[in-house]
Every structure is written in C-alpha cells, then in structure tokens.
Design a binder for this molecule. Structure first.
Ligand code: NAD
Length: 354
C-alpha cells in the first residue's frame, strides 16, 4: 500500500499525525509506505503553488491519498489560482475523483450533539454520494458580462453527459448493494432538462441492479426530508451542486464536524480520503482539534481503496469504544465535562485497537 500523505494547513498536520499512528499500529499489521507531499498554503510556501508538480506526481505514484485540510487566511489575498483551496480542486480534476462518499453517522454517545431531537437522529447511518467533477461548477460557458442593454449579468451552465451520470450511478448502486440496498436519487427533473436526463439515466442503470430499491426525490423535498425523517434514507446519490449542499446538511444532523470522514474516488478505486472539516485556523497548533474524522477517513481508505474491511472495522470499532468510554475532545464534549487533546485522543484510539 503506497499512501501519499498531504497534511496541508492549520490543524491538518496534527490530525493527520494521529491517523498515521493508527495506520502504523502493530495491531493492524498493515504493510504500507508513506510519502509526504506539501499542499495548500504549505505547498505555496514550499514551492510557490498550492498543488506543486512534485506533490501531484507523488499523488499519482501512490495508491491512495490521506489528506488533512487546506486553507490559510493569510494567503486569501493571492490570486484565486494560487489560494490553498485550489489544491483540493486540482487533485479532484487531475485524478478524476468523480465520486464523493460522505457518510453521516450518529454515534449513540453523541446523539445530544445534534440540533435535532434525539429520536429523529438516534441510529442515523446514511451515505451521500455526490458527483464531483461535473455539473454547473465546471460547465461552460460561464462568466459575468455586460448585456447589449448595458445591464451586468452573471451566468453558469449546468451540464451532465450520459457517461458522467452512468458512472456515478453505478458507484451508488454498488454502494447500496453493500449496505441496505436502498438508493434515493436526488434531482430537479421537474424544472431542469439536465436533471431530467439525470433521472432517465439513473433509472436505466438501475435495471442492472434489481436487488436495489430505487427512489427519486426533488432536491427541495430531499432537503426537507433530511430534517424531517433522515432515517428513511440509506444511500443518496446526486449531482455536484445539490450534493454539495445536501451533504453539508446531512453532516450537521450529526452535530459534530470533527467526526465525519469522506472519500473521493475515481474509476480504479484510487481515492483521496479527508475529514469533511477545513483547516480550522482558530484552533491550529493548540492540540485541541478532534482527530477522529481523519482517523475514520483512514478507515475508509482501507475499506474502499485497499479492500481491507477487516482493518477498517477494527479502526471503527476502536473509535466506538473510545466514545463509549467517555473520551471526548472539546468539540464533542458536553459543557463542563473533562476533555482530552488531539494527541491523547490518538492515544485512546491506539489503546482501544485490537
Ligand atoms: P473549518 O471546518 O475549518 O472550521 C469550522 C469550525 O469548526 C471552526 O470553529 C473550527 O475550529 C471547528 N473545527 C473544524 N474541524 C475541527 C476539528 N477537527 N476539531 C474541532 N473543531 C473543529 O471551516 P472554516 O473555518 O470555514 O474554514 C477554515 C479554512 O479551511 C478556510 O481557509 C477554508 O477555505 C478551508 N476549508 C478547507 C476544506 C478542505 O481542506 N477540504 C474544507 C472546508 C474549508
């Protein structure tokens, strides 16, 4: 297993360090090599670019990427193409990471962290699959111009081709097969032609997966249902823009940004694995960030890129044990309760790994 490690900015290095300790734990017995590569503000400072050529090469030479976070407010005045966040966009594009997996799980011990009633979210375990390389975020033409009547106007183009929809639909049906065999496709087929095509293609692909129950929701209703009764869902699949919004909404059902991992995969199961949160500059360098989202991202890496469900299960079980034992970083602790630091949370996961 060749793993490219891109710690990035802010809390990135602290949380990635804990995930690496877990991946190297004798209890897992993994044979892995690790190559570090600078990205984001760290890449800009080292080589003048958020995604230096050498880092992209290191990513291409690896089997998977463990990514921390990028973002550095002190570099926000740079031109857009040199800002830290371009690293993640560049990696998605260059490595064709078209399928974004975002699980949203509510651990019983953290049920009170949600802003929804415990009975609505207790036991929640859903997976949102967002298409990541197409849609209105990439469609041409786009721009801001002055119309012939002198009025300034902005425009973007929503576009999806049949092959783009097919490949993410296959990924979603196959993910549903490994879970509870229910897939909800989210679109806006009632208003948008692109989304009408989306629905047609998802239905056609679904013919190949008769064991998966397929349903459809318009995105506005999906946003509502996620708050009303999120446990009705198993796997959801949607386009880039709707997925961007719905996956953030779903993650907040759990109430804990420091707990949620993600994976972005291409057709060969090459993946970039990262916590859903950013570089949290407000808490960087203080040993208070929660490393569990990154540790759980490492577990996803073992499951999806390396087919090692056994090791992934062990890590996830260790995290559950740690939570059951009441170990908490500040972001998931109830007010006034004792908290541990980033490194101590790593220690606790290592101790619970067997
Ligand atoms: P953020 O996710 O970094 O932080 C939001 C809040 O959550 C902050 O209060 C932070 O302290 C807290 N938080 C985040 N992760 C935590 C953790 N592991 N443990 C405890 N608390 C945690 O979002 P932001 O503040 O909007 O953005 C900061 C920077 O991160 C920006 O430059 C942004 O562009 C970047 N960003 C990067 C990614 C990425 O690398 N994929 C994603 C989102 C934001």
């Amino acid at each position: 297993m060749k793993i490219c490690v891109m710690a990035g900015d802010g809390i990135g290095p602290e949380i990635v360090e804990q995930a690496l300790r877990v991946l190297k734990a004798p209890a897992l017995g993994l044979q892995a090599s690790f190559t570090e590569a600078a990205v984001g503000g760290a890449g800009y400072r080292a080589e003048g670019h958020p995604l230096p050529v050498s880092s992209l090469k290191a990513a291409r030479d690896a089997d998977a990427i463990l990514f921390g976070a990028v973002g550095d407010f002190s570099l926000d005045t740079l031109p857009r193409e040199l800002r830290p966040e371009q690293a993640i966009l560049g990696l998605r594009k260059e490595l064709n990471l078209f399928a974004n997996f975002r699980p949203a799980i509510v651990y019983p011990e953290l049920v009170d962290a949600s802003s929804l009633k415990p009975e609505v979210v207790a036991g929640l375990d859903i997976l949102i699959i967002r298409e990541l390389t197409g849609d209105i975020y990439f469609g041409q033409p786009r721009g801001i111009h002055v119309r012939s009547d002198g009025v300034r106007e902005g425009f973007d183009t929503m576009r999806y081709s049949v092959p783009e929809i097919e490949r993410v639909a296959h990924v979603a049906f196959q993910a549903a097969q490994k879970r509870n065999r229910r897939l909800c496709s989210v679109d806006k087929a009632n208003v948008l032609d692109t989304m009408q095509l989306w629905r047609e293609v998802v239905i056609a692909v679904g013919q190949q997966y008769p064991d998966v129950e397929l349903s459809h929701l318009y995105v506005d209703n999906a946003a509502m249902q996620l708050l009303k009764n999120p446990k009705q869902f198993d796997v959801m699949v949607t386009g880039n823009m709707f997925g961007d919004i719905l996956s953030d909404e779903a993650s907040m059902l759990t109430g804990s940004i420091g707990m949620l991992p993600s994976a972005s995969l291409n057709e060969n199961n090459f993946g970039l694995y990262e916590p859903i949160h950013g570089s949290a500059p407000d808490i960087a360098g203080k040993n208070i960030a929660n490393p569990l989202a990154t540790i759980l991202s490492a577990a996803m890496m073992l499951r999806y890129s390396f087919g090692n469900a056994d090791a992934a299960d062990k890590i996830e079980a260790a995290v559950k044990r740690v939570l059951a034992n009441g170990v908490r970083t500040g972001d998931i602790a109830t007010a006034g309760a004792p908290v541990v630091g980033t490194r101590e949370m790593g220690d606790a996961v290592l101790a619970a790994l067997h």
